[in-house]
Design a protein around this ligand. Structure first.
Ligand code: ADP
Ligand code: MG
Length: 505
């Protein structure tokens, strides 16, 4: 019987000016079909005496000595006798594959490269079963997110590796970020009670996930009631005023001074003794207005701010909904903010949500959760100049949340604008197509283990292709995200469809 090596032999390692060395080698492809089937990005292996060397094809270079001299080629051409009609030019063509060593596979473990392969070593196609283990995929219980690019291998990401230390999804708009999130949500919803189900809260800025409430578990091959999706409109959310301390107020108002916070704290403790069954911001305003112990300036400032908050319509006597009641295993809660134009209102809601989730999770009163935040640069910007009410709370979750499984999935089309504190706490990044040089530079600096070549490849990715970097995989890996099993109905996919639909109305 043929061995794996014989069946999948691709070529032989050759000497180059620099290599083979610890991190790179080149090999000349055997003639025949290999010449055209080896692809850039593909993983290849070499059996060395110490174990298996795993490398990625970075580039393919083809040469032919007959065509090396432009003068000669032109000469034959002008005589009307192309070279190939006179000489056996085909036999002199060969292709060199340049590879980068990504790791060693020794006794079932991924090891950093520490020595070089030898010239003459035989290069083979990577065996997919080995590759799954080498990349640290979870082929039994992992989320089925797509396939490893250039391989016939399902990309099944371990939920522990992918989500337990926060995930950032970065790409330009239209690259497939939200689509990837829907695929991931489908997978999270498909988990059984035995394997454990995560609770998810999605801050849906554009209302593009609301279709999930129509997903029938049976369409995903699950029993009835296997999961639950709740859709909450931002305009229906009410933040309970009685739960707000002076500090919480200051987190909704940019620029409150220490003195103002102190005076407000006194008024709040005062009002708490007077109104036992809750109170509104108007009640606080009336109290502050008449409080002679507060200086006139402070009083005016406080009243002004409180009126602005009251005007948002987001605050009331009672909480609606009670965050503690809506978070459950196997449930996705969609917070649909598409009704709001005002960024400030969106920020207030996200700030409230992040605060409550962290508070209840710390006390163990809600299960481990994943907070999915679209447009996260709007809520947690790097720049100090921008209005950023929820920033401190999101940064706290980013820093401390992993200890008690308060997890973030941050999505942005402007990585440069996202807080670096938060980005650096995300141990995983899924990077889709991105061409802005500033964003690329930022991604390169903020994620360890991403090499120049992979970074360059990000600009050439197609919609729906992602580079996974971080804990999920042992080495940066390109993945073709699968198509989703449940398609939203009634959404126009393109302009032609949208205008045709408009005509029919
Ligand atoms: N993995 C994929 N498979 C098939 N189509 C995709 C995939 N990812 C994205 N698309 C297509 O690209 C469009 C834009 O994707 P979307 O996720 O909305 O981009 P983004 O959120 O990055 O702006 C989708 O509506 C879909 O038609
Ligand atoms: Mg999107």
């Amino acid at each position: 019987m043929e061995s794996h090596q014989q069946r999948h032999q691709l070529g032989t390692v050759v000497c180059t000016n620099e290599g083979p060395n610890v991190s790179e080698f080149s090999f000349v492809l055997e003639g025949g079909t290999n010449e055209t089937t080896v692809r850039r990005g593909e993983f290849v292996t070499i059996e060395a005496e110490f174990g298996l060397v795993v490398a990625r094809v970075q580039d393919l270079v083809r040469t032919n000595r007959y065509f090396q001299h432009a003068e000669a080629v032109r000469e034959y051409q002008s005589r009307g006798e192309p070279l190939r009609s006179i000489f056996p030019t085909n036999r002199w063509q060969y292709t060199i594959a340049q590879t980068r060593v990504v790791g060693f596979w020794i006794e079932g473990r991924t090891v950093r490269p520490y020595t070089t392969v030898s010239p003459g070593a035989i290069v083979t196609r990577a065996d997919e079963e080995m590759l799954a283990k080498f990349l640290k995929l979870d082929m039994d219980e992992g989320l089925k997110l797509g396939t490893v690019a250039n391989h016939n291998l399902e990309f099944r990401a371990s939920i522990d590796r992918l989500l337990s230390k926060h995930l950032a999804i970065l790409a330009m708009s239209g690259a497939g970020k939200s689509y990837f999130v829907s695929v991931m949500l489908e997978e999270i919803l498909s988990r059984s009670q035995d394997t454990g189900r995560l609770s998810v809260v999605v801050v849906d800025v554009h209302g593009e996930y609301s279709y999930l409430k129509d997903v029938d578990p049976k369409s995903l091959g699950l029993p009835e009631g296997a999961f639950e999706v709740e859709h909450i409109r931002g305009s229906h959310i009410q933040i309970p005023v009685h739960s707000l301390s002076a500090e919480s107020f200051s987190s909704y108002i940019a620029g409150m001074s220490g003195v103002q916070i102190r005076d407000l704290r006194r008024s709040i403790s005062d009002i708490r003794t007077r109104f036992k069954d809750g109170y509104t911001i108007t009640d606080i305003i009336n109290l502050v207005k008449d409080d002679e112990t507060i200086s006139k300036n402070t009083r005016e400032a406080l009243v002004g701010w409180l009126i602005t908050l009251e005007d948002t319509g987001l605050f009331g006597k009672e909480a609606s909904p009670e965050i503690i009641d809506i978070i459950r295993p196997g449930k996705i809660t969609l917070i649909d903010l598409s009704d709001f134009v005002s960024l400030k209102k969106k920020q207030i809601i996200v700030s409230h949500l992040a605060g409550e989730l962290l508070y209840y999770r710390r006390q163990g009163r809600i299960p481990p959760f994943l907070l999915v935040l679209e447009e996260s640069h709007q809520f947690c910007p790097e720049s100090r100049q921008e209005l950023a009410l929820p920033k401190a709370r999101i940064e706290t979750i980013a820093r401390e949340g992993r200890k008690f499984f308060a997890l973030l999935c941050l999505i942005t089309q402007r990585p440069v604008k996202l807080s670096t504190t938060v980005l650096s706490q995300c141990s995983n990044q899924a990077i889709l197509r991105c061409t802005n040089p500033y964003d690329l530079d930022h991604i390169g600096r903020s994620s360890e283990g991403i090499d120049r070549a992979s970074l360059n490849a990000i600009t050439t990715l197609e919609v729906g292709e992602a580079l996974f970097v971080g804990e999920t995989v042992s080495v940066p890996t390109f993945v073709k995200i699968r198509t989703r099993r449940f398609e939203p109905q009634g959404m126009a996919a393109n302009l032609t469809e949208a205008i045709r639909k408009a005509e029919k109305k």
